[in-house]
Design a protein around this ligand. Structure first.
Ligand code: ZN
Ligand code: ZN
Length: 379
């Protein structure tokens, strides 16, 4: 596969919108489609290349990942046949776009009926997103029927070859310039017809059950990202390729930390005295530890301090993000008579130097009023 960027392959600008991308892909696909370029390996390569580019750029999540990490974002992740961010399956996208103008044909080869893709929504804590986690999920599923061995035919009988499509699963229809292929309406693409359906599964080949899957949540995952488990979707039925299972991850809000990509943010209260005199405070970290930060003398509300490398883990094993701590100075409350007296005493001792912001502000207000008066007099 070439090193050209997906944008260059489609010949669109980096900020191209969905419509421009689809239109550019459509043109290339029409030009290089195998039906129009039989036995032309170069056209076929171009066709595949355009398909790959389109599969990424037409998907908001994948496009964002590509813009950020390049093609590395779609390299295979490890572990138990579990691919993250993977999903460049020409079948998916061609099915989508070609049903519009090629009648679903993918140029030769026996078309294969496919089970539906399934979606599973999974909520995880910020800590799990930070550490990554192996977990089990239970979902409703289908299991091959033991009476008919998943064939759907009553034991002792056999599914028969479909007489409409002669076992191909698809039928050809001539329409203008193109020869279209459609799923066979009689056998629903299976190529076989069951005359004597199994009594246990009514010819489905499957019975309802529950299944448990082990999944690996990679450290650093973010809300909106998804994990594809190839072949774990709906099994479909006899002679059908199972669909894929997509796990949509939602990272729950955290009591202390807010997340923005790799970085974490938290607000930390500082007492008036610490803010005035300076001192150390302890900040919790997402891994469950604590970090000390030194508050400088005269710190103000809104001051932001950075703890480098104390943010989230990176999905691609890169360096950790940062933790930003925003200070807010807490005004003392519930003062005793003695404390109030001390405050008043402090106030009497304070000169303009103690409150430069307040004094600066008063100066600005005075100039503002003076300007208004001057304008009135000039009128
Ligand atoms: Zn059965
Ligand atoms: Zn058929």
């Amino acid at each position: 596969m070439s090193d050209r960027s997906y944008y260059d392959i489609l010949g669109v600008a980096k900020d191209a919108d969905e419509k421009q991308i689809k239109s550019a892909y459509r043109k290339l696909a029409m030009k290089f489609h195998p039906d129009r370029n039989p036995d032309d390996p170069e056209a076929e390569a171009k066709f595949k290349e355009a398909g790959e580019a389109y599969s990424i750029l037409s998907d908001g999540d994948k496009r964002a990942a590509y813009d950020r990490y390049g093609k590395a974002a779609f390299e295979q992740g490890g572990g138990g046949g579990n691919q993250f961010g993977q999903g460049v399956d020409p079948g998916d996208i061609f099915g989508d776009i070609f049903s519009e103008f090629f009648g679903g044909s993918r140029g030769g080869g026996r078309a294969q009926a496919r089970g539906q893709d399934l979606r599973y929504d999974l909520e995880i804590s910020l800590e799990d997103a930070f550490n990554g986690r192996d977990m089990e999920i239970t979902l409703p599923g289908k299991e091959a029927c033991d009476r008919c061995d998943g064939q759907g035919a009553e034991p002792g009988t056999q599914p028969e070859t479909c007489t409409t499509c002669h076992g191909r699963g698809r039928v050809r229809v001539q329409q203008g310039f193109f020869t279209m292929e459609r799923g066979c309406p009689k056998c629903a693409g299976r190529g076989t017809v069951i005359k004597d359906p199994c009594r246990q599964c009514a010819g489905q080949g499957y019975v309802q059950t529950e299944r448990t899957l082990s999944i690996n949540i990679p450290a650093g995952i973010e809300s909106g990202q998804r994990i594809r488990l190839s072949g774990e979707g709906d099994p479909g039925g006899p002679g059908v390729v199972p669909g894929d299972l997509y796990i949509f991850v939602e990272v729950l809000d955290h009591e202390i930390f807010e997340r923005d990509g790799p970085n974490l943010y938290c607000r930390a209260p500082v007492t008036m005295v610490t803010a005035a005199l300076g001192g150390d405070i302890e900040i919790p970290t997402v891994e469950g530890g604590r970090s000390r930060i030194t508050i400088p003398e005269g710190a103000q509300t809104g001051r932001r301090m950075r703890l480098r490398g104390k943010g989230m883990t990176s999905l691609r094993g890169g360096p950790r993000g940062d933790l930003y701590v925003e200070l807010f100075v807490e005004t003392p409350q519930n003062l005793t008579a003695r404390q109030k007296e001390l405050m008043r005493e402090f106030c009497d001792e304070s000169g303009e130097d103690c409150n430069p912001e307040s004094n600066g502000f008063l100066g600005k207000v005075k100039r503002f009023w003076d300007d208004l008066t001057d304008a009135d007099e000039a009128r």
